[in-house]
Write a protein of this length. Sequence first.
Lengths: 255, 348
Amino acid sequence: MPIHEKDLIRPENLRTHEQLTVDGVDVSGHWSTFIQSRVVTDYNEALEDEIAALPGGEFIHRCWQCGSCTNACTVNAVNPDFNPRFWIYLVRIGMEAELLRDKDIVWQCVSCNKCTHICPRDVNPEGVMKAISHWLELKGHTPKSPSMVFDEVFSDQVIRHGKIEDGRTIRRFFARTGQALQQDWLIEMAKRLARHLPIGLLARLGFSAAIAPRTRGWSRARAAIEDYVKDQQATQRRALGLDGPGGPPTTREGA
Amino acid sequence: MNDSILIVGGGPAGLAAAHALARVGRRSVLVDKADRLGGAPILSGYAKLVPSGEWAKDAIGGMVERVRGDSRVEVHTGTTVRAFDGSPGDFTAQLSDGATVRAGAAILATGFTHFDSLNKPEWGFGTFPDVVTTTQVEQMISSGRGVHCPSDGRKPQRVAILLCVGSRDRQIGREWCSKICCTVSANLAMEIREELPDCHVYIYYMDIRTFGLYETKYYWRSQEEFKIKYIKARIAEVTSDGQKLIVKGEDTLVKRPVTIPFDLVVHAIGMDPNVDNQTIASTFGVALEPHGYLARRNAYGNMAETSRAGVFVAGAASGPETIDDSIGQGHAAALTALGSLGAEKASA
Ligand code: SF4
Ligand code: SF4
């Protein structure tokens, strides 16, 4: 029978001494393997408040650990390590070091919101996943995820022009995530669009790509939105105990 | 044939029974071994009661005054029943104060005894002054002194409440759930946060049993409004590093051992059978059930019957009970006792 406790041992906690003698007995090498304690010795009480201060995290304190979210989760079905219930608990109780162990998978949430619809306590686990990813980025634990970069490129265009131009969004997204623009699937898509779309629509697409029209009278709206965004970012950084006014820098290349 | 009814125990159940009998014009004799009426809520100095939030001294104190001011209730405090003989409709009781009481029926509303935390030495009570019981925290609040660490009077910044202390524990021969400690603990946790908003309160549990409508008002509200943290762990031991109390256990949801520092540790103590139950059982000739509470003869037919005809039981004497249900059972026992006298009368 497999010994369940064995999976609790983490490779990084194994300690082996090349040379060791205990009470006159030579236990060098393999014989001196010790497992370092994995005891949690304190709770970080700020953690829950920090996550709750970020958009989506507001209702995290309602969670009673039923596991419905994890059970319903799209990503959990393919990656059992992706466990919203578990992360919500770590945040609530303040086990920061444990949370950081999973920092590279939290962003995999596909925002399908199956968890949100099944949660009996209205926790909005999908929002919590966003808040945790956001927190990890703001605290510098993870680089910006591709989806975060996409969101920024997208919203930056809306804020600047009051409009979206798909071609530019894709070009910038690729540029910022270091991907080549010449992608087979993209070329194929462009070819088929050219073949099947009505001429008028194609002409409009081409015009927008070349001219990048703005919504008329947008500059006042833009100023108001930018103020608001700056304000929100400053509030969030304060809640997380970070210095400086900025949030994650938004895209500024091009105009 | 005697129309008066003997009530033993002046807590919520006994007070309710005496009041109910008085309301229908019946005389009763109320005996309590303590020197005051009111039972556990008064004698132990409870603070705000579940579920109404009224102070115990107002709510239960009001019941005491109502009975005290009623000439149909003859009260003997600081008194026990020495001997009890006779048959339904005609019992005689000898009281420790020398009085002899003749009664047609008797209601045992003898309540429970708080679990003594010294019986769980691994949880630090009696060893560390800042390990206290829910009853002590109730007293801190009801006395107006406020929640504090007994060792030096400081206000705690982090409090752990351990559930099921003296309940659901075969090691110490207590298999029952004390029914109300989860709800009382959630209530206390909220009161602590209300008084000390910067103090974090953690509840260590095996299951949360805030039954019925208490789910919203206590379990949900304590999380949603007061951000109480619930941790699924049965604590292994409470020690001290010289400055703080150290709570050790396994957080079963993350499969990790924890050793967390706390300022104040609160035992949510359970309800033991009244320590006097052996004596009560032999004095009144009634049977105990396997846990040591007074046995009820049947669950549905007639409420409140014990193994002896003419002797009835109400409240926590027959098992862990809430205050409001004890009051309901006091009324039920009064009615069943009255009914039994009616039957005697009709057949006489
Ligand atoms: S929204 Fe994210 S966490 Fe929720 S079910 Fe979908 S993938 Fe899982
Ligand atoms: S479904 Fe909701 S309450 Fe249940 S574990 Fe997930 S977030 Fe918590």
